[in-house]
Design a binder for this molecule. Structure first.
Ligand SMILES: [Zn+2]
Length: 938
């Protein structure tokens, strides 16, 4: 029995006089001092002082019973964990957070067989590490099995973690409550005491008690329902396959579903709140197609008999891959034919593809520890590309994948970036691992490796990996081992003829190459100089905002870069691995230009010295089709990155974009447009009005023909539709009269029809945004926001509301977001991001975040996606020294209070980069714009 502080017999439980009642507080201290010994909450010594659990005991099976009460918002539960003792021990350490332990007992196999009652266990709690210790009366003997039974209870959590409460509003205005779990990475311990580390895989048999008006869902199908006295029902679910705790899931709700069956007989169902029936069909079709695809691609059947995809009204991340019971934000799963746009469709398809890929990458084979979370997330992101391309070729997902890589390059070219694999111990550090480096860079280096090995060999390698490590855990080296087993010798023998390639055994080859990408941070810049038929190449770390003359600039990094290049004289793709700092290549014939990184498959940037860039720019202007479309995107991207790094002048990059007038590929036009728009926003925010006005005129003049020929409809290919959305949004934002007139017209008609009029989905956001500029329009949109049962529409309305130029309206939005009723807390970070994008709102939200930091931390974990979005979106646009100072001071005050995040350093470096960019490029931009002959008739 624990001491006084640990035992809390409340009135309601007073009959449990001899039961141990333990309250685990939620406070978490991250320090781990091996020299110190831990003290439990009751003052007794806690027998374990590490953050990681001991290996002396491993779980085999959990029998878990849960009874949530959706009226009183709490739950009672019990579990029986079958454990195997590896090393003789006198205690069992479990993770446990915010739960009240009522009783804990232990039985041996013999006890269980003879039906002897369990021996009471003494329970100690150590909240700093979210652990409890079960002290056993007699030593547990190695190689024997034991059974630990624990009765416990807790409250349904308020946030988005553990076993928590979510609510939704029906068409008739009634608010209903559901209970749902979300455990990744370290929150299963908030729902039941467990060995909450990915390596401790076990089987789970789950029982849920519920009222008859609800249903219960879990990872596995229901095998039976028992009727209890008083009308309660108890669902028993089939035992799961062997899996990690973070993948366990259960939901009690009153949702409806639509179902279908895959060609291999897996039942797939989509669940959502009852009014959303007509929004579930696209997700069903997509998940059936994608599950069929993955089963063939991985050559491993999905091992469970069913798969449910559930749209949860309140959800932290975009979605979560719980095995057999995937949970989504409504916007990531529900496609509303009336209000969902083509980019919504792209997003939904992508997220479904991602979570389905996890059923293999992550669920079947799990990383050993969170330092390698990229093995889950990088792969799932990469598999989106493979699977969506195969199942929905019309979405041209290839062109979407560029942005996956380009988005992380911005981060990876800062000094504060991190390697893909990085130690992470505390829950906050583990949460921070779920970032662009794990997701995007992980996916991009896999794509580069696939390009190097060839599609088939790569696929064979990952099938080998998945089969070899099924129901187990893996590390980076295991993946490289599997890929080496199949890697083609021809590839090497061909390469051996090139002088920089040493002969190495193939087992080491892949590992040797890939660890240069996973264990060191940053992205390489390959500098190419052509001299007749000779190419000299050199690699260095690409750093933005740090120039060669700066003291921070160092080139200590070395990668094994699988280079590809083509030339003006042939279409052949040449390959060469650059391992050393410098190297030379001989060209077979004389060429006017060389283009490296064919199809932009490699994770590196290229700078062409001498006349290299000029030749490429000339080619673009003369006949851009001689360069492959993906190479044209790459050139635009690299040019603007090189400007940021001080390696190219801005006017040269701008001159490159001149050819866009002849460009017909929508993804390329979008890329070019995005850089020009970025310049405009930077000038607009800083009130550099002469330049921003000239840029506005330039953009409207340059893209006038394209803007004016856009139809206000949903016609065309996926990328034509996306281009239309962007062009028309920009035109209206820049005050292009015909655009505003058309949008105003549609908005009035929509209001007159009481929101019944169907507006083409691709222009819906634009029409709402123009409508939100009047007080009547803004108020009407807010009313519709509350009434709408389409989260796709609500998202568009919320964005529109955030574009208001009236500060008091923006303040009202933030208040609603903090209150969490009309605007849900799950949408607060996106709201703050949207307001920060509005020049009239940026200072407002920045002041707000500083003043309400503690309240925000009550809503979101420090390391969560939401907090990181809030921090970066309110600060990373800044570009003056005063602003930098202000942000620095704020972060320092937080660090002094114990809040520290990697994002702080990233933001500070980003602002510094912005300041340097302006200093270096503003005069050039001003002059370049004056030189452009913009026609007057605008
Ligand atoms: Zn994922």
């Amino acid at each position: 029995i624990a001491g006084a502080t640990a035992i809390r017999n409340t009135g309601i439980r007073s009959y449990l006089t001899n039961w141990l009642v333990l309250r685990i507080s939620s406070s978490y201290q991250s320090s781990e001092d091996p020299g110190a010994f831990a003290v439990a909450t009751n003052g007794e010594p806690f027998p374990w002082y590490h953050l990681r659990l001991p290996n002396s005991v491993i779980p085999l099976h959990y029998d878990l019973f849960v009874h949530p009460n959706l009226t009183s918002l709490d739950f009672v539960a019990s579990e029986m964990i079958e454990i195997l003792v590896r090393d003789t021990t006198q205690f069992i350490i479990l993770h446990c957070k915010d739960l009240e332990i009522m009783n804990a007992t232990l039985q041996s196999e013999e006890d269980l067989r003879d039906k002897k009652p369990g021996k009471k266990l003494h329970v100690l709690s150590y909240p700093a590490h979210e652990q409890i210790a079960l002290l056993v009366p007699e030593k547990l003997m190695a190689d024997l099995r034991y059974y630990v039974a624990i009765d416990f209870q807790g409250k349904l959590a308020n946030g988005f973690e553990g076993f928590y409460k979510s609510t939704y509003r029906t068409l008739h205005g009634e608010t209903r409550i559901i209970a749902v779990t979300d455990f990744q990475p370290t929150q299963a311990r908030m729902a039941f005491p467990c060995f909450d580390e990915p390596l401790f895989k076990a089987n789970f048999s789950i029982k849920i008690r519920r009222e008859s008006r609800h249903i219960a869902l879990s990872n596995m199908p229901k095998v039976k329902t028992i009727e209890l006295q008083g009308g309660l029902l108890e669902d028993h679910f089939a035992t799961t396959v062997k899996m990690s705790t973070y993948l366990v899931a259960y939901i009690v709700c009153d949702f409806n579903s639509v179902s279908g069956t895959t060609s291999s007989g897996v039942k797939v169902s989509i669940y959502a709140s009852p009014d959303k029936w007509n929004q579930m069909h696209y997700a069903l079709q997509a998940s059936l197609k994608l599950l069929d695809f993955y089963e063939k691609y991985f050559d491993i059947n999905y091992p469970l008999p069913k798969l449910d995809l559930v749209a949860i009204p309140d959800f932290g991340p975009g979605a979560m891959e719980n095995w057999g019971l995937i949970t989504y934000r409504e916007t990531s799963l529900l496609f509303d034919p009336r209000t969902s746009s083509v980019s919504d469709k792209m997003w939904i398809t992508k997220v479904i593809a991602h979570e389905l890929a996890h059923q293999w990458f992550g669920n079947l084979v799990t990383m050993e520890w969170w330092n390698d979370i990229w093995l889950n997330e990088g792969f799932a992101n990469y598999m989106e590309l493979i699977s969506v391309n195969a199942t929905y070729p019309e979405l041209q997902f290839d062109d979407y994948f560029f942005d996956v890589c380009y988005a992380v390059i911005t981060r990876d070219s800062l000094n504060s970036s991190r390697p893909i694999s990085k130690p992470a111990e505390t829950p906050t550090q583990i949460q921070e691992m779920f970032d662009a480096v794990s997701y995007n860079k992980g996916a991009c280096i896999l794509n580069m490796l696939k390009d190097f090995l060839g599609e088939e060999k790569f696929q064979e390698g990952i099938i080998h990996y998945l089969k070899k490590f099924s129901y187990r855990n893996a590390k980076n080296d295991d993946l490289w081992g599997s890929l080496s087993n199949v890697s083609p010798m021809w590839n090497y023998s061909r390469l051996l003829s090139l002088k920089s390639c040493r002969i190495i055994t193939k087992e080491n080859k892949i590992k040797e190459m890939m660890t240069t990408w996973t264990l060191q941070k940053g992205i390489p810049l390959v500098v190419v100089k052509q001299d007749g038929c000779s190419l000299s190449i050199q690699q260095e770390r690409f750093l933005e905002g740090v120039f060669k003359e700066d003291p921070e600039w160092r080139a200590l990094f070395l990668w094994h870069i699988p280079l590809t290049y083509s030339t003006s004289s042939s279409n052949t793709i040449h390959r060469h691995i650059l391992k050393s700092k410098t190297d030379t290549l001989d060209l077979a014939e004389k060429t006017t230009w060389v283009k490296f990184n064919v199809d932009s498959n490699g994770y590196y940037l290229v700078h062409y010295e001498g006349h290299g860039w000029d030749q490429l720019i000339t080619q673009l202007n003369q006949n851009h089709t001689l360069l492959r479309p993906k190479d044209r995107i790459g050139l635009i991207h690299d040019a603007f990155q090189l400007v940021s790094a001080g390696r190219m002048t801005l006017d040269k990059a701008l001159n490159l974009t001149r050819y866009l007038q002849h460009e017909t590929s929508s993804p390329i036009l979008l890329k070019g447009l995005s850089y020009l728009e970025l310049l405009y926003h930077m000038m607009d925010r800083r009130n550099i009005s002469d330049v921003s006005e000239n840029l506005k005129r330039y953009l409207l003049w340059y893209f006038k023909q394209m803007i004016d020929t856009q139809s206000w409809s949903d016609e065309g290919s996926a990328w034509d539709r996306m281009l239309r959305s962007v062009l028309l949004r920009l035109a209206c934002e820049l005050g292009h009269a015909p655009c505003i007139q058309k949008a105003t017209e549609l908005f009035s008609q929509w209001m007159e029809s009481s929101g019944k009029l169907n507006i083409p989905t691709d222009v819906l956001k634009i029409v709402y945004s123009v409508g939100a500029q009047t007080t009547a329009g803004w108020n009407y949109l807010l009313e519709q926001y509350e009434l709408s049962v389409s989260s796709a529409e609500k998202n568009k309305i919320l964005y529109a509301l955030s574009t208001s130029r009236h500060q008091e309206k923006l303040v009202k939005l933030i208040e609603l977001g903090m209150e969490g009723k009309v605007i849900k807390t799950q949408d607060l970070a996106a709201l703050i991001h949207a307001i920060a994008r509005n020049p009239k709102g940026q200072q407002l939200v920045w002041n707000f975040v500083r003043a309400n930091w503690t309240d925000l931390l009550k809503k979101f974990d420090l390391g969560s996606f939401a907090m990181r979005t809030i921090i970066s979106s309110t600060t990373s646009f800044f570009s003056s020294k005063d602003e930098l100072q202000e942000v620095k001071q704020f972060f320092e005050s937080l660090s002094a209070q114990g809040s520290h995040l990697d994002i702080f350093q990233i933001v500070l470096e980003t602002i510094t980069k912005n300041i340097k960019w302006l200093e270096k490029n503003l005069p050039t931009l001003r002059t370049w714009l004056l030189g452009e002959k913009i026609e007057k008739q605008l």
